[in-house]
Design a protein around this ligand. Structure first.
Ligand code: ZN
Length: 430
């Protein structure tokens, strides 16, 4: 089934290349950028059958972050799509068994000032999810595990870059990425974002640090809003160690870990600051063994979210100096900052640029959303690189049964990304 669908769309993909010469030429900044960029939407509408076929290819290859073989198979497919669209081989970077892919387009090794386009190809969906949630496109709605977060966004990036590459085409079948400006474009596609990027974080931060902007293809917020601020995340475990004793015969000889944790749960919850949007949430908790024994040990987890780095530091200092309340109890606090905040200041200028680009393209005015969930955009902003997130598909239901993508919105989003990258690179060259 999948093979037939792919073959059917290959024909339309060739047709796209044959019929869009004008649109490509217009990207060369002939002095009429408005007319040139507006035609990008038409070019992307012609690409829509191929965009849908590529999303189908990726969604049908399940890629839960924690299954290395599955992530590796998915990386093979992403690499093949990139080879086709970008006519450039990916660097495959395997870290602790997890497969990440990197394309440096027009970028000289070690050069600075380029644009980082960031995506991930893993999902939260376990193997076998396709049985209950098969890939489908019906009434303009595309469904399937990981379609919204973020396989559609990844495909949009490939098509946006393919279009830009053809814009600088120098003949002989070579894509003209050399004309993309100093630093070029780096496309980084990681395989462990849904785990908090334990193996790719260093790679993401290193790439972001040498780029002047990071564009993140995470799913958009409600109604297609871009994500212009994300909360940072800190994670902790608070462990209490006491002493067991018979709860009937001699409870006074025990040191009660449950009572100690009760004090600490309330102390930790009190570190929140609603006015600043800092949440400190005690979550999973367990203590003791059986009902007639004073608990010797217990622990609870703490999820902390904040809008600015100062709050992250304040809570960390407080968590690090918790003191036991119950005599002879011992406290062990582990964990700390996980992802820094993506502050609104780091996306402000990029959002303004995206808004003006959207107007040039004739798209509806862009909207912005500040969200509590973190992404790899937190890491790129954390190293000081201006970051705009939520540039992926329009739809809803990330990580949920109703995960979906609105097909009609795909060409406009691909055009927006292409024009935004084009604008950023033009800024450098002019
Ligand atoms: Zn995601």
């Amino acid at each position: 089934m999948a093979k037939q669908a792919g073959a059917r769309h290959a024909g339309s993909r060739r047709a796209v290349f044959e019929h869009t010469g004008l649109e490509h030429a217009s990207l060369k900044h002939t002095g009429h950028p408005q007319a040139g960029r507006a035609s990008l939407v038409v070019a992307m509408e012609r690409r829509l059958p191929a965009i849908l076929a590529d999303i189908e290819t990726l969604v049908r290859c399940e890629s839960p972050s924690s299954v290395a073989d599955a992530v590796s198979r998915s990386a093979d497919l992403v690499a093949a799509l990139g080879r086709h669209h970008l006519r450039t081989e990916a660097e495959r970077i395997v870290i602790d068994g997890c497969a990440h892919l990197r394309w440096r387009l027009g970028a000289e090794p070690g050069s600075a000032g380029g644009v980082l386009v960031l995506a991930h190809h893993d999902t939260v969906w376990p193997l076998g999810s396709l049985e209950a949630h098969p890939f489908s496109v019906r009434d303009g709605v595309l469904r399937g595990p990981g379609c919204f977060d973020m396989k559609a966004g990844l495909v949009l990036a490939l098509h946006a870059l393919a279009e830009l590459g053809r814009a600088g085409q120098s003949g002989a079948g070579q894509l003209g990425f050399g004309q993309l400006g100093p630093g070029g474009v780096t496309l980084l596609v990681t395989g462990d974002e849904e785990l908090g990027s334990p193996t790719s974080r260093g790679l993401i931060e290193a790439e972001a640090a040498r780029c002047r902007a990071a564009l993140v293809l995470e799913a958009s917020a409600d109604g297609g809003a871009l994500k212009t601020a994300r909360k940072g995340v800190s994670l902790y475990e608070v462990r209490a160690v006491g002493r067991a004793a018979h709860a009937g015969l001699e409870p006074e000889r025990g040191v009660n870990a449950t009572v100690e944790l009760a004090h600490q749960v309330l102390a930790v919850a009190g570190l929140a600051d609603a006015a600043l949007g800092t949440t400190v949430t005690p979550t999973a908790l367990s203590s003791g063994t059986v009902s007639n024994t004073v608990p010797a040990t217990g622990a609870f987890s703490v999820d902390v979210r904040m809008w600015d780095a100062g709050e992250q530091a304040r809570v960390h200092a407080a968590m690090s100096s918790l003191l036991p309340v119950v005599p002879d109890a011992v406290l062990q606090v582990t964990g700390g900052p996980n992802r820094p905040p993506l502050p609104a200041s780091s996306s402000e200028r990029l959002f303004a640029l995206a808004s003006s680009v959207a107007a040039e393209l004739g798209l509806a005015p862009l909207t912005a959303a500040a969200v509590g969930g973190a992404s790899d955009g937190n890491y790129t902003a954390g190293v000081g690189t201006p970051t705009l997130d939520g540039l992926g598909a329009v739809g809803g239901g990330a990580h949920a049964d109703n995960e979906h993508v609105l097909v009609d919105s795909l060409p406009g989003r691909a055009a927006l990304l292409a024009a935004l990258i084009d604008s950023l690179l033009t800024e450098v060259t002019t």
